[in-house]
Design a protein around this ligand. Structure first.
Ligand code: NAD
Length: 338
């Protein structure tokens, strides 16, 4: 299949090229992000391959359809950036990688939590400056702390299990479909409001949907425990950033660790170190000593990149051969499963 790979980074090229030895697709690596102005670059291809912050709305899908694109392959799990109903109307199949390595994201989540809670980045900065003073670096044990996991699918379940079994946390969870295996471990399912009221640490692992957008907002923060620690490695728009900043300024929130940010599409995955950043909310976030932000890298392990490349290219081979697409996103199914 002739595939236009948008938003290509060096690691995409490396892992897709290697996996393509098995498939022999014709891959065209393009650096621009997919959006309305760049959609014409897909001309001459059968499929596009895109990532989390590419724009795949109705207008872009129409432009892709006009140049003969039949398949959109997401090289990620989340699909909130795609208008699935429009894709269906246009006869474009959308495939994704539903599970490439939940361990990659779960392990990074625990890493972020420990880093912000034990002030590891601040300590490292000090030590590099030969400042070995410990004042201001007091953390708290994870053992015995109450943690609320919102969304216990593949990633959230691993995080809940690790915190429960590995660290001895008191884990509660909220999900539209409770996981009996987690309940058997002693994870308590409660409603979201109770979780937000009771948990000392809240970690987000649900998808971004109309129901979950800004689930951490000003009222949720006001209802939370004093000193609550908030971790988000799922999708930025689960959190109302202005409300988060309000909670940090009032000292209601104890610490925040983010791998995702609501307006990340304008920032992440690019080297902007020589640029002026005009996003004042993001810049304000970076000023807090108790905030840790990474640029959407929780997925970034060798294992995950290999699995993403293999699954994506395999789906495209199935599409070319007219085989059933096991990783196709069916808007009707998703509407029901939400
Ligand atoms: P998953 O589909 O296995 O799990 C999602 C869980 O959320 C499911 O159990 C679902 O029932 C639950 N859920 C749905 N609506 C909910 C609601 N309103 N309230 C509570 N729970 C709800 O997905 P996953 O593989 O575990 O991934 C979780 C999220 O992580 C993805 O949606 C994606 O946005 C994000 N993600 C981030 C990265 C990264 O690099 N930072 C990488 C992969 C995935």
């Amino acid at each position: 299949m002739r595939v236009a790979v948008f938003n290509t980074k060096a690691y995409d090229r490396q892992f897709l090229t290697h996996a393509n030895q098995t498939f022999a697709h014709k891959l065209t690596f393009l650096e621009p992000r997919l959006e309305l102005t760049t959609a014409p670059l897909a001309k001459g291809h059968d499929a596009v391959c895109v990532f989390v912050n590419d724009v795949v709305d109705a207008a872009v899908l129409t432009a892709l359809s006009d140049v003969g694109i039949r398949v959109v392959a997401l090289r990620c799990a989340g699909f909130n950036n795609v208008d699935l109903a429009a894709a269906e109307r246009l006869g474009i199949d959308v495939v994704r990688v539903p599970a490439y390595s939940p361990h990659a994201v779960a392990e990074f989540t625990i890493g972020l939590l420990l880093a912000v809670d034990r002030k590891i980045p601040r300590a490292w900065t000090r030590v590099r400056d030969n400042n070995f003073a410990l004042d201001g670096l007091i953390g708290r044990n994870l053992h015995g702390r109450s943690v609320g996991v919102i969304g216990t699918g593949k990633i959230g379940a691993l995080v809940a299990r690790t915190l429960k079994l590995g660290f001895g946390c008191d884990v509660m969870a909220s999900d539209v479909e409770p996981d009996p295996a987690l309940e058997a471990l002693g994870v308590r399912y409660v409603d979201r409001e109770m979780l937000l009221r009771e948990a000392e640490i809240v970690t987000l692992h649900c998808p971004l949907t109309p129901d979950t957008r800004h689930l951490i907002d000003a009222p949720a923060i006001a209802s939370a425990r004093d000193g609550v620690v908030i971790v988000n490695t799922s999708r930025g728009a689960l959190i109302d950033t202005a409300a988060l900043i309000g909670g940090l300024k009032s000292r209601k929130i104890g610490a925040v660790a983010l791998d995702v940010y609501e307006q990340e599409a304008d920032l992440f995955f690019e080297d902007l170190s020589g640029e002026i950043i005009s996003d004042d909310l993001f810049q304000r976030l970076l000023t807090f000593p108790n905030v840790l932000v990474t640029g959407h890298q929780a997925f970034l392990t060798e294992e995950a990149l290999e699995a993403i490349a293999m699954t994506t290219l395999s789906s495209l081979a199935d599409a070319e051969a007219g085989l059933p697409l096991v990783n196709r996103l069916d808007p009707r199914f998703i509407a029901i499963s939400r």
